[in-house]
Design a binder for this molecule. Structure first.
Ligand SMILES: Cc1cc2nc3c(=O)[nH]c(=O)nc-3n(C[C@H](O)[C@H](O)[C@H](O)COP(=O)(O)OP(=O)(O)OC[C@H]3O[C@@H](n4cnc5c(N)ncnc54)[C@H](O)[C@@H]3O)c2cc1C
Length: 496
């Protein structure tokens, strides 16, 4: 049951906005130092936890003590775009000597990557000491993963339940159905609380010595999604119910008072889902064993360019670029000869099954003639040689077809045919706030904004392609750090 909120909304040491992995890590870390902590959460108690509540919580780690070998490299591969070489060179200096423009620059600075990678094993040990359980994880594909994973046993929901209970036990005050709207500042500019709307109570002031924004990205805010990601954003939707609560106020309220933006505002973590389903993360990952066509009945991408865990984001983003943001995965009945192929789909909706492509096209709304022509061309381009092997990258590729299909190129010639519609979900957005390794928000002049912290999706860390299974870790590491640092600041201001 939720803990009762106090009447006095002043004299908090630390206010945390949001109670996903980042917010709970922050709140517990701060409260464990003796700080008086409040958590403001827009949802009800039963729906609390945003994206974290619904995540499988796969973690890009070899084991509980080591991140994957490619962890840092994947971030470096995607650390921004054509950065001015002078700025890049300045990052070899100690952070304190970076030019202010570099500190405010929107790129994943190496300080943050190192801090994250090194902070992961201690954060896992810390969560474990609080009762969060870790173990292995199943997979949504048939081929081996490109990189290793462990997971939180019971997923993000288990973390939410364990960490909320602990936070309540150590005296954190939770205010549910309370939505943070804007930040309060002292005359000197330090952040000293915020205004929030509380259900049935209207707007109230909450005062504190530090504020930690851990209230997710903006995937639940259609206007911001279209503003930043562009017209294709119209067709995106959160991958699970929790994302609808993340409406970007944390990012907006900090930008409004001068915070530096960071992370790729034009990108998001894309996953291919079945638009007919309301289930959590209704993935459709069977397309490597068939073809993808758009509403015009045309193939538009290589369906099997590499390991599915390393390629689905690119493929899904291309689906988002198709008309109405939708594509169709067409399989033939040979799919049923592949043992456990259903592991590639998590939708609760069955495929549309029909004796011919015409019926599939009519049912799902794609161009019949063009799709039939696409399948004919694809079938002719499939090799006569080669051994189809759905459990490895078999190299059975089309010849003379554009776009090529690099693996699993066997003809679609065995009725009945099966098809799933696929859209891109917006698991979370990449645009957010620039922070330093203390999770302190940096302003657009490269200076720390006193009293303001950010963690989790509210931080802008990712560019280009998402290094899979790192977002829960980011929330835990930076959330915990924010809580510790904010509590220390509050203690110093209070003379403790
Ligand atoms: C289905 C699914 C599967 C995923 N799989 C993985 C995975 O396997 N591995 C991985 O690393 N990541 C995964 N992710 C991503 C990862 O779960 C999230 O990025 C991460 O949990 C976000 O944590 P957070 O604390 O930053 O935000 P959230 O967990 O979204 O929490 C934000 C909280 O803030 C609240 N809030 C928002 N705005 C306000 C406001 N103005 N005032 C008050 N409260 C507010 C929200 O209600 C919410 O409770 C997945 C996500 C989903 C949805």
């Amino acid at each position: 049951m939720p803990s009762s909120a106090p009447d006095n909304l002043q004299n908090f040491d630390v206010i945390v906005v949001g109670c996903g992995v980042a917010g709970l890590s922050a709140a517990v870390a701060a409260a464990e130092t003796g700080a008086r902590v409040a958590v403001l959460e827009r949802s009800t108690y039963d729906e609390r936890g945003g994206n974290t509540r619904y995540t499988t919580a796969a973690l890009r780690m070899e084991n509980e003590h080591a991140v994957s070998d490619d962890f840092v490299q994947r971030f470096l591969d995607n650390c921004g775009y054509h950065i001015d070489p002078d700025f890049a060179a300045s990052t070899v200096l100690d952070y304190a000597n970076w030019p202010p423009l570099a500190r405010a620059l929107p790129f994943t600075d190496p300080e943050l990557i190192s801090f994250l990678a090194e902070g992961v094993p201690p954060a896992i040990a810390w969560l474990k000491a609080h009762g969060v359980k870790f173990g292995g994880i199943g997979f949504y594909g048939l081929t081996p993963r490109a990189s290793p994973r462990i997971a939180i046993t019971g997923g993000g929901l288990h973390l939410i339940e364990v960490m909320t209970a602990h936070a309540e036990k150590i005296g954190v005050h939770f205010f549910y159905e309370t939505t943070a709207q804007s930040l309060l500042q002292t005359e000197e500019g330090a952040v000293c609380g915020l205004r929030a709307t509380r259900k049935a109570l209207g707007t109230q002031r909450f005062e504190s010595r530090a504020v930690i924004l851990a209230c997710g990205g903006f995937q639940g805010n259609h206007e911001m999604v279209v503003r930043y990601i562009g017209a294709k954003g119209r067709y995106l939707r959160p991958v699970a119910r929790g994302g609808y609560y993340d409406k970007g106020e944390g990012i907006a309220m900090a930008l409004n008072i001068g915070a530096a933006p960071a992370g790729d505002f034009a990108e998001y973590h894309a996953e291919p889902i079945d638009p007919r389903s309301s289930a959590t993360e209704p993935l459709v990952m069977a397309y490597p064993y068939g073809i993808l066509v758009n509403r015009e009945g045309l193939r538009f991408t290589d369906e099997a360019p590499g390991p599915i865990d390393a390629s689905y984001e690119d493929t899904t983003r291309i689906i988002a670029e198709q008309s109405k943001g939708i594509a169709f995965c067409i399989l033939d009945d040979k799919i049923n000869a592949i043992e456990h192929w259903q592991r590639c789909v998590r939708t609760d909706q069955p495929p549309v099954t029909a004796p011919n492509i015409a019926t599939l096209a009519r049912t799902l709304g794609f161009d019949r003639k063009a799709a039939e022509a696409s399948i004919d061309a694809y079938n002719r381009a499939c090799p006569k040689e080669g051994v189809f092997n759905p459990r490895a990258l078999d190299g059975v590729a089309t010849a003379g077809l554009s776009p090529v299909k690099s693996n699993y190129a066997v003809p679609l010639d065995t009725p009945p045919y099966h098809a799933y519609p696929i859209i891109s979900s917006n698991t979370f957005t990449f645009g957010g706030l620039k922070v330093n390794v203390n999770a302190q928000v940096i302003n657009s002049d490269g200076e720390v904004m006193p009293g303001l912290y950010a963690a989790g999706e509210t931080v802008g860390l990712y560019y280009g392609k998402y290094p899979g299974a790192t977002s829960v870790l980011r929330g835990a590491v930076f959330g915990r750090r924010a809580g510790e640092h904010a509590a220390a600041r509050a203690g110093a201001l209070a003379g403790r």
